[in-house]
Ligand binder design. Structure first.
Ligand code: CMC
Length: 427
């Protein structure tokens, strides 16, 4: 259905085209608004602004629906692996066995990083946050691979994609190993994508290491659930950096930095610290909920609320169930899960959260699983980044296919009008 919108303003009116998405969302197209009227729109935080038309991920925040390329997240989580989902996001269809073998084979062949890379880590302080290390190392990949930086060359793009997906787990695990002073392990290409990552993180040269299939499956599930989420802060960052035709490594490095913030992917670390603080300080859960409601912005209930979901985040539901499964199968008692469940129950009955439609999001329960398998808090967000990587790449590819213009918003200037400089002696 194509319809039009009339915009009336002081001094005139204009007819604007509209588009309708395949799931019925409607948008007013303002591409020529300034050229035709001299006006711009103002939407800080972009809550009402579509930055693109996309075929990758669909979210219905009111109903709590998430689909990648048309497939419900619940089905993908149950029936696919992370590498299959990565392929789906980037190339539009689930792979055949042959396509998957070729794709996984190439990823496995690129898991090592250049030996000289280790010197970078040596220069970092031991307590460097691994997100800073990941972003720096991903940017540094561009210095090692000047042969694959052209975003308009399909073969170069393909190699960069494979290098990134293969190397980010190695890069993240080395940031952790550096922080605890353990030797960096070489990847083992006999293992699965996740099995290899677990080995890089948790094995040492002195002991044999068996990948626990329960842990392997749980992490694969978490990566699938984090793999894309349409135009969120880090993805929009990747698209906007990419729109300048910066290389893929540069765009992904920028995305990692955007993800790090506590309002975005950094929330998973904050959630577990919040649960630990409640546990250690002996605070009652009710006391904590009351604090989170205060107007003091720093005490939000981390892992709650979402710009798009005004209902349960479907990923949080899947992760909560996985928490019980994983803890039970590992035979681990976890006080933090009990506190999280109590917090959720209380908040969901509280008028403040009900009125604002604040529900648990993807970050609320993921840290419980990460902690149960021995992952340090500051590695939660790098693991989110490993999961989100194929989504960032898919969006970057789509942005280039659409030949999007450079991202360059306008502003409404509210500063001083032209002024004369007073000589310094007279100021
Ligand atoms: N605890 C307490 N109050 C909250 C929370 C929360 N977690 N989230 C939102 N509010 C309140 C907020 O204070 C505001 O209240 P009022 O209308 O009285 O000023 C109202 O709800 C709307 O909040 P907002 O900040 O305007 O909403 P937003 O859409 O801009 O922000 C959000 C969304 C995710 C940044 C926010 O809900 C938040 O900070 N949550 C905690 C951090 C978090 O869990 N982030 C992970 C998000 S999901 C994964 C990801 O994106 O990476």
């Amino acid at each position: 259905m194509s319809s039009k919108a009339e915009l009336h303003f002081d001094g005139g009116s204009v007819t604007l085209p509209m588009v309708e998405g395949s799931e019925g969302e409607r948008a007013i197209v303002i591409e020529n608004l300034r050229a035709e009227t001299g006006l711009i729109t103002l939407d800080p935080g972009y809550a009402n602004t579509g930055s693109c038309e996309s075929r990758i991920t669909f979210i219905d925040g009111e109903q709590g629906i998430l689909r990648y390329r048309g497939y419900p997240i619940e089905h993908l989580a149950e029936r696919c692996t992370f590498l299959e989902v990565s392929y789906l996001l980037m190339f539009g269809e689930l792979p055949t066995q042959q396509q998957l073998d070729r794709f996984s084979g190439s990823i496995i062949n690129h898991t090592m990083i250049h030996e000289d890379f280790r010197l970078f880590y040596r220069a970092l302080p031991k307590d460097a946050h691994p997100m800073a290390a990941c972003s720096a190392m991903v940017a540094a990949l561009a210095t090692f691979y000047p042969d694959s930086l052209d975003p308009r060359n399909p073969r170069e793009v393909e190699i960069s994609i494979h290098r990134l997906i293969a190397k980010l787990p190695t890069i993240a695990a080395y940031a952790y190993k550096h922080s605890i002073g353990q030797p960096f392990m070489y990847p083992d290409n006999q293992l699965s994508y996740v099995g290899n990552f677990l080995r890089l993180m948790f094995s040492t040269p002195c002991e044999s290491f068996e990948v626990d299939p329960v842990v392997e499956k749980a992490i694969d599930l978490l990566l699938i659930l984090h793999a894309d989420h349409e135009q969120n802060c880090s993805t929009s960052t990747v698209r906007i950096v990419g729109s300048s035709h910066a290389n893929l490594f540069a765009a992904i490095s920028a995305g990692i930095n955007a993800l790090w913030g506590p309002r975005h992917g950094g929330a998973n670390q904050e959630v577990i610290e919040m649960l630990q603080a409640i546990s250690e300080a002996g605070l009652s859960v009710r006391e904590f909920v009351e604090r989170a409601k205060s107007s003091d912005d720093t005490s939000r209930l981390m892992g709650f609320g979402h710009r798009v979901y005004k209902n349960f985040d479907p990923r949080a539901k899947i992760i909560k169930k996985a928490c019980y499964d994983v803890l039970q199968r590992l035979g681990v008692q976890n006080k933090l899960l009990e506190i999280a469940v109590e917090l959720e129950e209380l908040a969901l009955k509280d008028d403040y959260f009900v009125e604002r439609k604040l529900y648990p999001n993807v970050d609320f329960y993921s840290g419980v699983i990460y902690t149960a398998i021995g992952t340090p808090d500051n590695m939660f967000t790098p693991m989110f980044a490993i999961g989100r990587l194929p989504g960032w790449i898919a969006q970057w590819l789509e942005m280039h296919e659409q030949r999007q213009k450079i991202g360059r918003p306008r502003q409404v200037y509210q500063g001083e009008k032209t002024r004369e400089i007073t000589p310094i002696a007279g100021r």
